[in-house]
Design a protein around this ligand. Structure first.
Ligand SMILES: N[C@@H](CCC(=O)N[C@@H](CS)C(=O)NCC(=O)O)C(=O)O
Length: 194
């Protein structure tokens, strides 16, 4: 059985949601980021990790990609133009959503006092607004890659929820509708209940 390292309110949620979409059993070790327990699985202390047999894998996107390839679902096949487009979308989401949210988290609660730069917030919000417009422009079908759900949808939905709870600028009606549809998926709800 797979073992997910990291609590549901971290990027580990992405991995749990992916496993739910794939109908795979998994156990959760709710290790706290930067804890000794997390370091047993990743020397950097970062969450999430996935234990699959003897392998310990790290980074939420690397893990989702591994699972998608292994089970042949939620991803275009490796070595195809569709996959290159999907990966470009994934990396864009990391650059333009995850990185902004992570920078915000560091400068509001993670970095020690005296090193934080709270004045960074308006700039991050402005960039996020531009990212939301980019996401809306890419939403031409039910999902980001068209008519099938893929890894970028899980990543985008997780980032949109993170942005909402961190007080980032509001989504347009179209992006909100997309996010609501994604969050209504049984697999999203099952992962959230872990
Ligand atoms: N790119 C990594 C980022 C992992 C990450 O930074 N996770 C946070 C928790 S959500 C963490 O472990 N922070 C502790 C630290 O950076 O020391 C991923 O997507 O898995």
């Amino acid at each position: 059985m797979y073992k997910v390292i990291g609590a549901v309110r971290t990027r580990a949620f992405r991995v749990m949601w992916m496993l739910e979409e794939l109908c795979q059993d998994y156990e959760v070790v709710p290790a706290t980021p930067a804890s000794d327990e997390a370091r047993q699985f990743n020397p950097l202390g970062k969450i999430p990790a996935l234990v699959d047999g003897d392998a310990v894998l790290t980074d939420s996107v690397a893990i989702m990609t591994y699972l998608g390839d292994k089970h042949g679902t939620l991803t275009a096949p490796a070595g195809t133009p569709d996959r290159a487009q999907q990966d470009a979308l994934t990396l864009w989401l990391i650059d333009e959503f995850d990185a902004l949210l992570w920078t915000h988290a560091k400068h509001t609660r993670i970095l020690p006092d005296g090193v934080r730069v709270p004045q960074i917030e308006p700039g991050l919000h402005a960039e996020y607004t531009r990212s939301l417009a980019g996401l809306e422009a890419r939403l031409t079908g039910d999902f980001l890659m068209g008519d099938k759900i893929t890894i970028p949808d899980l990543l985008a939905t997780h980032c949109l929820g993170w942005g909402f709870s961190a007080g980032f600028p509001e989504m347009s009606a179209k992006v909100k509708d997309y996010s609501k549809r994604m969050r209504a998926r049984p697999a999203f709800r099952a992962a959230g209940a872990r």
